[in-house]
Design a protein around this ligand. Sequence first.
Ligand SMILES: Cc1cc2nc3c(=O)[nH]c(=O)nc-3n(C[C@H](O)[C@H](O)[C@H](O)COP(=O)(O)OP(=O)(O)OC[C@H]3O[C@@H](n4cnc5c(N)ncnc54)[C@H](O)[C@@H]3O)c2cc1C
Length: 367
Amino acid sequence: MSRQQLRIAVIGAGLSGLACAYRLQQAGYAVTVFEKSRGVGGRMSTRRVSDEPDNEAADYWQCDHGAQYFTARDPEFVRQTNQWLAAGVISVWSPTLHSFGVKPDGQSTQSAGVTRFVGVPGMTAPVRHLASDLSVRLQSRVIAVSKQAQHWMLTIEDDSALAGPFDQMVFALPAQQVNDLLAASAEVPAAFVNAARQSTQQHPLSPCWALMLDYKEKLPVSFDAAFVNAPADAPILRDHTASAQLSWIARDSSKPGRPAGEIWVLHASTAWTHAHLEDEQQQVFHSMLGAFNSLTGVDTERYHPRSWRLHRWRYAQALQTNNTPGFIWHAGSGLGVCGDWLNKGRVEGAWLSGYQLAQALISGYRY
Ligand SMILES: Cc1cc2nc3c(=O)[nH]c(=O)nc-3n(C[C@H](O)[C@H](O)[C@H](O)COP(=O)(O)OP(=O)(O)OC[C@H]3O[C@@H](n4cnc5c(N)ncnc54)[C@H](O)[C@@H]3O)c2cc1C
């Protein structure tokens, strides 16, 4: 079988998986993407909140609760970014920025001169654009992979039929979820399992509570977004100061192409999220809102959100570590792994990891 006729399953329709799938399909491979959720995008995610979720014409508000914006430095990703700009699915966001506190290394978090891109009308838009020509099976959680007559087969939750056969397979999932899937799977060669496990254990993703707030009127806050740095000498887990609780706050409605409204998103700090991961939503809401009010000085008598939503990201952000290459490929078994955590974290790293894995397959790279 020529390389171009190979059947490939990509597990995970976040940016890394779709960048990989898109490039492989372009090169003539037969690609099927499996995604557990109802939509694509993974952590590039936009929540749509409506009293009538099935009625497209009903009133709603929306908020990006995962990735907030992205930057583009690598020439290949700059090329992709230019294509998204031309297609109208991303735009430049130039928020009025503020910083609370300083980073532990004393450096500025505001990075003057940086161009920040956002999806339009929501962060999911560029990922949807990539997916539009791909075969993506939504609501298909892969719970195990196995081998049948030299081919890979997938067990999908609530589906009695195995999916396959596939010649090759890519895991485009957060590190911990790669581990879970491998632990539930049989006949995966030890060389691949060991390589994957070593990387996943080195790069666990940290959790993050995200609170989305819908206000009736504009808040008297002079900035659109702020980095929140914890006090350097604070024993963070016991510290209840606002700046130890939050890491980022942003007026989501200040992004281009958003519906009219006054929408804010708050991200809790990693340390605070770890300490409150299993708390009740009401508790988390009150605590994060209190921190927001205290940082911004908003008059709590006058301004109160008319609606809110919380999202608990169990696997949110990877450390910005550098691996070479930023993916795993085991030619002997036809198995690969991509994801932001293998390539410096963040949106650009996720895209590059998936794209570079696809390029490696196309060029016949052996590890
Ligand atoms: C709160 C938060 C804030 C962030 N802020 C920024 C930012 O401002 N800038 C930036 O550049 N980056 C930011 N990031 C990081 C950025 O979102 C990620 O780097 C990027 O989206 C990761 O893409 P990915 O494809 O590697 O993984 P993911 O987006 O996690 O994709 C994995 C996909 O696999 C699916 N999946 C999981 N298990 C299975 C299974 N068993 N079967 C089938 N499908 C499965 C998931 O549903 C998901 O769609 C942020 C992330 C979070 C959570």
